[in-house]
Design a protein around this ligand. Structure first.
Ligand code: FES
Length: 95
């Protein structure tokens, strides 16, 4: 799907997998994947600033834990999570 080098440490990148927009984050070499479309108004989650394990949507500031997909203030709201594995240099996401 993507190569490890496409997703720098501490950042996210957006990919299309099947019919889903997926945000992949690299937290110190551990990769996490969540739905790339913000639950608020459809903002690009992958383009948000990452602090620790929290990404802040660039449009209006909703924050999600990228390891769980859960909204930080309202955990019943959660982005879909997808299994990720790294095979050699490839990041593979199962949607
Ligand atoms: S679209 Fe993400 S916070 Fe509004």
């Amino acid at each position: 799907m993507a190569s490890v080098s496409e997703v720098p440490v501490g950042e996210g990148r957006e990919f299309t997998v099947g019919d889903r927009i997926v945000a992949v984050f690299n937290l110190d070499g551990a990769f996490h994947a969540v739905d790339g479309i913000c639950l608020h108004a459809g903002g690009p989650v992958a383009q948000g600033k990452v602090t620790g394990c929290v990404v802040t949507c660039p449009w209006h500031g909703w924050q999600y834990d990228v390891t769980t997909g859960k909204h930080c203030l309202t955990p019943r709201l959660a982005l879909d999570r997808f299994p990720v594995r790294v095979v050699d240099d490839a990041v593979e996401v199962e949607v």
